[in-house]
Design a protein around this ligand. Sequence first.
Ligand code: ZN
Ligand code: ZN
Length: 382
Amino acid sequence: MLLNEGAKASSFCFHTMNPDILQHSYEARRQHLRSKFGRKKISALLVTSLPNISYLTGFHGSAGVALVGVSKSLLWVDPRYTLQATEQAAGVEVIEARRGLLKQAASWLRKERIGHVGYEDATLTCRAFSGLQKAGGPRIHWVAAGGMVEDLRTVKDAAEIEWIRKAGKLTAQVFEEIRGKIRPGVRESDLAAEIEYRMKRKGAEGAAFETIVASGERSAWPHAHPSAKLLKENDLVIVDLGAILAGYAADMTRTVYLGKPSARVRTLYNKVREAQERATQVAVEGRLTGDVDAAARRVLKGSKLEQYFTHSTGHGVGLEIHEMPHVSRGDKSRLRKGCVITVEPGVYLEGFGGARIEDTILVTDGRPEVLTPATKDAWFIS
Ligand code: ZN
Ligand code: ZN
């Protein structure tokens, strides 16, 4: 509870800095969604995914059901959230539901005789859907419409870009501050804790995901949890961090080496860096996300490291740390101006160590904007 108060205070502070750019246009987003109803043959969309509700209404609770109709929008919340929803979801009719959110939403649709209603089949459970059908009665024709809001979220508006830019800058600043602490004798978990503490002190709501600090042989585990292991001389150290600010995430990875690098370490790191930079250059409006992935793989293939690059090159970032589009092998999503994605190739050599470099970037019609501008100098020679 206290955390929420703190987060609100810091949001307020940012809002007063630049109110025009930082205000979300929820009604414009709902209008955009309505413009897609015809193609799906629906006259309303029942929104059950929480990030989608947040995107369309501004409500940030842990439970809620929204309906975007042709002429109005509604939000059902339980009594814990009535006041909060009324304040956050401007322009939306808030209904306090004491008998189950979905049940009451379905009864409302039944009463209003709305015939074709879209539902989010990607996230709604089978059980919840059958309850919805039962409460809505036989006259409602339910249309599977999962992905509609996620698709809109792929292209960020001005306010979203500004928040992610701030989250990215904050993330990069925290990394610059703790770089000097990445030294032999420091515990991985202590470093991760220090990073998350500093994010909050700078006004973040917290870490967008559990910070990864993986050193030595453990740096060959792409998703290692920070452990009690102490960093030591000649360790490769992967640090993957991201702050969340006003609901928006950033995502960044840097790799450092604690010592004088051997030829093998130097090649490993420099090739990953080259792959990351080449792939970033390809992330321009009109290109396919699969092209970005291919650009990274091409560099690594040239030095016989591609087989050790075992994950995709990136992902969309926004209200969720992993969202559309995928930036993976053969993916046909076309990048549009305003897409925010990560570019994060990595190479992991079992028993030796790994290297990954990741930036969150904004796609434009020219050179992409790097939203996590932290140094990539990797050699820490004491
Ligand atoms: Zn990451
Ligand atoms: Zn990532």
